[in-house]
Design a protein around this ligand. Structure first.
Ligand code: GLU
Length: 485
């Protein structure tokens, strides 16, 4: 079994192409085959600056390492199509000699005119095979005069069968296909020829690629047959749609896979999510590690109907993968997202948030209080106590924070203090939740933090007392008639 991912370096690695990589990878791993990476860079006008690197970085981030290809080498090198031009030229010459292809000298103007005419007449736009009728002498004369030309494949009459692993045998009328250009006037092959030649020479057994190539597949099968080769089996993966059921695109959010890293997703969650885009294990299970996927990935279970990219599902899976990590592994994963904590503090704080976050980016705001003292207290520091006038509420709050301060001064701070906090509440006739909230706000300046007593423990006694004193001071300033500022 040999499969390949064959990106054109025209942009970043999008979620749809990342899924193509993943399915190829899983198939190769499961079947004990080779996963080849081939760069289809023959369309020189569309090459994107830095595109190759971002594609490779995206694959590396996901951990989908190729067995042959750029940086790795292999028996079929080179793996850049731009370095294989003579190989394609030789096959084109073979096709020309057999009469399966012909040179076409038509100018851009003539082709434009032809297309417009066909559009006006509401006919399918295609080449009218003008140059197919040229005499041998005519062709020879124009070639030796160095006239610019392309080479087109001569689509034979009849029907072509494409074997798709999921859809079965698909029959196409050859007349539905245009006389495809296979060699451009700049001497570069087009995708159709180069991919076919390479898939054969690189001994690819299964071509796994996006749905958008299904319509071209009969052309590829015809090229295989003309060149005297056996076509591989194909698998065309379903379209990926956005939540509004239109083709997934930039409009739907992050376009490049690496943007998902920046948004706080774990590569293992992304893999899990991509695997379920158009594939299902046939059970209710939705959490998969890459090893589990490798074991259960059955290519015949790839669906035909479009898959919907549901970010809520990705969030949910990311949360599950975050919880499945060891503390140490999660702390390392969080490292790039939580810049201002030391390694030791981050490691100590990690268990406090492991159950509470879905994205790694949520950790920074939640843990910020560990290294930033509150500089002011929110207005609503004083809880809305029932039946108490405003000044009364203020005085009660001061007393409660002072009680907590005393507790923190004299006891070991940690989760075991919870009953003592409840006693503070009971003694003052408060609800325990109000005591916790006032203490939380005084210690952190915010209402949303990891569990209070564990957070206080991490802050340490001295820091807790400084912050509680600051909170008490702020409350005192709010007494009627006290001078603020
Ligand atoms: N270079 C093509 C692309 O980027 C590859 C299509 C194929 O896998 O055959 O979409």
């Amino acid at each position: 079994m040999r499969v390949r991912f064959a990106p054109s370096p025209t942009g970043a690695l999008h979620p749809g192409s990342a899924r193509t990589v993943l399915f190829n990878y899983l198939f190769a791993r499961r079947e004990g085959g080779a996963f080849v990476l081939r760069i289809e860079d023959t369309d020189r006008a569309r090459l994107g600056e830095g595109s190759l690197e971002t594609i490779l970085d995206g694959m590396r981030w996901l951990g989908l390492q190729w067995d042959e290809g750029p940086g790795v080498g292999g028996p079929h090198a080179p793996y850049f199509q731009s370095e294989r031009l003579e190989i394609y030229r030789a096959e084109v010459d073979r096709l020309l000699a057999m009469g399966s292809a012909y040179p076409c000298f038509c100018s851009r103007e003539r082709l434009d005119e032809l297309r417009q005419q066909q559009q006006r007449q509401r006919r399918p736009t295609r080449y009218d095979r003008h140059c197919r009728g040229l005499t041998t002498e005519d062709v020879a004369r124009r070639l030796s005069a160095g006239e610019a030309h392309v080479v087109r494949m001569d689509i034979p009459e009849g029907r072509t069968t494409v074997t798709d692993v999921v859809r079965g045998d698909l029959e196409f009328e050859n007349s539905s296909q245009d006389d495809q250009v296979i060699l451009k006037s700049d001497g570069f092959p087009t995708y159709h020829l180069a991919a076919t030649v390479d898939d054969h020479l690189m001994e690819i057994t299964h071509v796994i690629r996006g749905d958008e190539w299904l319509a071209s597949s009969p052309k590829h099968v015809m090229l295989y047959r003309m060149l005297g080769w056996d076509p591989p089996r194909f698998l065309h993966m379903p379209l990926v749609l956005g939540p509004d059921k239109t083709k997934l695109s930039k409009r739907h959010g992050a376009a490049a896979v690496l943007e998902y890293r920046d948004l706080g997703y774990l590569p293992e969650a992304m893999i899990n999510f991509l695997a379920l885009l158009g594939w299902s294990p046939g059970t209710e299970q939705d959490f998969f590690t890459i090893d589990q996927l490798t074991r259960s990935f059955d290519i015949t279970r790839v669906q035909v109907s479009p898959a919907v990219f549901d970010i809520a599902r990705l969030d949910n899976l990311n949360g599950q993968h975050i919880r499945a990590l060891s503390t140490q592994a999660l702390a390392s994963a969080l490292r790039p997202y939580v810049r201002d904590l030391s390694d030791a503090l981050l490691l100590a704080a990690t268990p406090l948030i492991q159950e509470r976050i879905q994205r790694l980016t949520e950790a920074g705001p939640l843990l910020r209080f560990l290294v930033h003292r509150p500089t002011e207290m929110p207005e609503d520091l004083v809880p809305r106590l029932k039946d108490a006038a405003e000044t009364e509420r203020l005085e009660q709050t001061i007393a409660v924070v002072q009680d907590v301060r005393q507790l923190f001064e004299n006891e070991v701070i940690g989760p075991q203090l919870e009953p003592r906090m409840r006693s503070v509440a009971a003694d003052r006739g408060w609800k325990p939740g109000d005591v916790f909230m006032v203490t939380r706000v005084a210690l952190t300046g915010t209402r949303v933090t990891p569990p209070l007593l564990e957070s206080a423990q991490l802050l340490g006694r001295a820091e807790c007392l400084v912050r509680l004193d600051f909170g008490i001071g702020e409350l005192i300033c709010r007494r009627p008639g006290s001078k603020t500022g």
